[in-house]
Design a protein around this ligand. Structure first.
Ligand code: HEM
Length: 142
């Protein structure tokens, strides 16, 4: 696995490719839900914990809303659209100050959460590549 983080560069908005659907096929919906639960637990103990719910039940709920999104983006059922409406990720992140440094902490937590996933390297890499690039687009603060 290559977990190299692509540096944020002022004014550069990268094209993003969706993850390989094999990722969802291999790890299953339950696997993505467990991945997002680990990820949110990591976030809640990270230097950007102030951005996320401090109540454990709220935190788990947020993790599962995100899981809805990631299942959908990996080619699964449209849970996020059904429960929350159109993704509009840029707008949804606008209330939170996401600096280039916050992005690094966010990605490090995702790396930790992905580590125990036992799928093929090729599909895990495609998932990492997706969040690596997409996260650049979520930076909205300096
Ligand atoms: C760049 C680093 C990022 C930070 C610091 C960040 C932070 C946040 C925060 C604070 C929230 C609101 C609390 C919550 O519901 O979890 C949120 C929601 C969310 N984020 Fe991010 N985010 C980042 C990148 C991304 C990326 C790259 C994606 C998708 C590829 C994403 C997907 C989501 C989703 C699906 C939600 C839930 C939206 C909703 O509840 O309607 N985030 N994020």
């Amino acid at each position: 696995m290559n977990y190299t983080i692509i540096p944020f560069q002022e004014g550069v908005i990268p094209e993003v490719v969706k993850p390989n659907p094999a990722f969802l096929e291999e790890i299953t919906e339950a696997g993505i839900r467990a991945l997002l639960e680990r990820f949110y637990l990591c976030l809640s103990q990270s230097p950007i914990k102030h951005l996320f719910p401090s109540d454990i039940e709220e935190l788990k709920k947020a993790g599962q809303t995100s899981a809805d999104f990631f299942i959908q983006i990996c080619g699964g059922p449209q849970y996020f659209n059904q429960n929350r409406g159109a993704p509009m990720m840029k707008q949804r992140h606008a209330p939170f100050a996401i600096t280039p440094e916050a992005r690094l902490h966010w990605l490090v937590c995702f790396e930790n959460a992905l580590e125990p996933v036992g799928c093929s390297e090729i599909s895990k890499q495609s998932f990492w590549d997706y969040i690596n690039l997409f996260s650049i687009r979520m930076v909205n603060s300096r």
